[in-house]
Ligand binder design. Sequence first.
Ligand SMILES: [Zn+2]
Length: 267
Amino acid sequence: MTKMSVFDLSVAGAAAALLMIFFAGACFGSFINCAVIRLTKRTGSLWGRSECPECGHALGAADLIPILSWVFLRGKCRYCRKKISARYPLAELLCGAGFSGIAAARGLSLTALEYAAAFSIIFAGALCDIDTLCVPNGIHLALAAVYLIFLPAQPDPLKCLLNGVFGFLIYGAGLLIFSLIADRILGRAALGGADIKLFAVLGLYFGPAGTLTVLIISCAAGLLGAAITKKGFGREFPFLPYIAFAAWAGMLFADRFAERYLGLFSA
Ligand SMILES: [Zn+2]
């Protein structure tokens, strides 16, 4: 796979490229956020016209510029002046940052495209989990499909597939057994089924060693998040946003960490 780092371009060119990628990511974030809201609240069709969530007024192009429209309108609808949730610009910002982080780490490569697609799907899953504490199986299936679509483009597809399937089985079966035991001890669900399924699919992407990095980061982020928000101890809370963050971090550097673990074992 040919890989061109964005830093091979001039600094100004690289900054412009990253800004464009950020904007594309923010547009994706906007679409994903609205789609999740429409699907979970079952209001309107997925591809329907954008409208104000408060007054239902159709939104024009000037109202739909990611992040900027919300900032310039000071978080209010242009037509009814009611407050628009900060969730809209936040989702756009996070998805934009996610995309540009991937591009900065992976260059303008097929890997970056694969990771951007995977990140978008996990991002949608995280929003579903926040809204409903439930993640549709379509998220896991779509992630697996993206992995399979890009598999033939890997430098060594068979080795990549074996590594992926190994990761899938270890984290799918391992976390299922762990969660069954933990459920018994705690007397409640320790890990959601959607979390286990997601780790299994991430096993495909990152293999056994890389997924361990993702697992460690998501547990650390989850504990930190639960401590800061004072939610999550003793009751169900959305864990997928933390796994999404960890998976994104994994897309940036899990393979480098994995090489180090393997280096440790072989030394
Ligand atoms: Zn309105």
